[in-house]
Design a protein around this ligand. Structure first.
Ligand SMILES: [Zn+2]
Ligand SMILES: [Zn+2]
Ligand SMILES: [Zn+2]
Length: 316
């Protein structure tokens, strides 16, 4: 039986979706349902749930991670999509690719997409490489690979999106450069807002870029597409309209393209290529050659940390 905390009053209850005995609140929309699963023993030990309960009881806000909530809410959104989109004969357009298919088991995603998203990936933690398929032994070092961890492109995309949020919110990484700190302090209010969005994009790009070197190009492409979709879904979940979410994710896609170009143009010094583009986007009004060296180090740090997180995550 799931033990959960009422997201309105903090009362402990059985079942995440049940009615609260104390305040009569019953979660109904996707965000409320996702928050209710988040604050359950599926995600936290009892002492931490008690701490959340206390926070809510004294009227303080709980800091929900938007990406975690989006990942949690995916099955609920798919269920709702299925109910809304199927026709009388049980056919519906795939939630991912739009191709019409006949749902077998209340699925919202077509069999082709399902296969692409869930094909097994084997991770060698000592070589830090990801192989397509369920491989028993690493072809490079011969070490046995623990396939029980069932890693797939969808799991990698969720992990990358989650790590990007984690790394972006880590102020220590950014503030380790005095020059970047000073430049950040000189930004106008308008540029500051733009900077925050561009940094979100850069960190996500760097987090996924790790896979370009350690996984197949197919995996890299699927993971980047799905990770962007997760970010787009998180904007929707937090109340942006579909058009607004699409417009914002378009910014991500455009910046990703520019970063790709930066990498290609400087094939021998990829970090430099990336840093030059990042400089134009983060600090449009600064003397950027001054900052490029520090940006190389910053991007290098994001890549290093995300690679470590990725492989630690899958340690057996
Ligand atoms: Zn309650
Ligand atoms: Zn599909
Ligand atoms: Zn290996």
């Amino acid at each position: 039986m799931t033990i959960a905390v009422c997201i309105k009053c903090g009362q402990r209850k059985f079942g995440a979706f049940t009615l609260c005995e104390r305040c009569s609140f019953e979660p109904s929309n996707v965000l409320e349902l996702a928050k209710s699963i988040y604050l359950s023993d599926h995600n936290f030990p009892m002492d931490q749930l008690d701490a959340f309960a206390l926070t809510i009881a004294v009227g303080e806000p709980v800091e929900y991670d938007p990406i975690a909530l989006t990942i949690i809410s995916a099955p609920i959104s798919q269920e709702q999509y299925y109910e809304k989109s199927r026709d009388f004969s049980g056919q519906l357009p795939c939630m991912r690719c739009g191709v019409t298919f006949r749902a077998q088991d209340r699925d919202a995603i077509c069999p082709d997409c399902e296969q692409l998203l869930n094909c097994p990936i084997s991770m060698c933690n000592s070589c830090m490489l990801a192989f397509d398929g369920a491989v028993k032994f690493c072809s490079l070092c011969g070490q046995r690979i623990n396939t029980a961890g069932s890693v797939s492109p969808i799991v990698l995309a969720q992990t990358a999106a989650f790590h990007a949020r984690l790394l972006k919110s880590n102020q220590k990484i950014l503030s380790s450069s005095e020059k970047l700190n000073a430049a950040q302090n000189r930004l106008s209010a308008f540029d500051k807002e733009r900077f925050e969005l561009e940094l979100d994009i850069l960190v996500l790009y760097a987090t996924i870029l790790v896979l370009r070197d350690v996984a197949s190009s197919r995996t890299y492409e699927v993971v980047s597409r799905v990770a962007l979709q997760i970010f787009c879904d998180s904007f929707l979940l937090y109340g942006l309209s579909p058009a607004e979410s699409q417009a914002r994710i378009q910014r991500y896609v455009e910046s990703f393209d520019e970063y790709d170009k930066g990498l290609l143009e400087n094939a021998n010094q990829r970090m430099l290529g990336l840093a030059i583009i990042a400089g134009t986007k983060l600090f449009p009004h600064e003397d950027r050659p001054e900052l490029v060296f520090d940006l190389v180090i910053l991007i290098g740090a994001y890549i290093k940390y995300s690679k470590e997180l990725l492989f630690k995550k899958f340690e057996s």
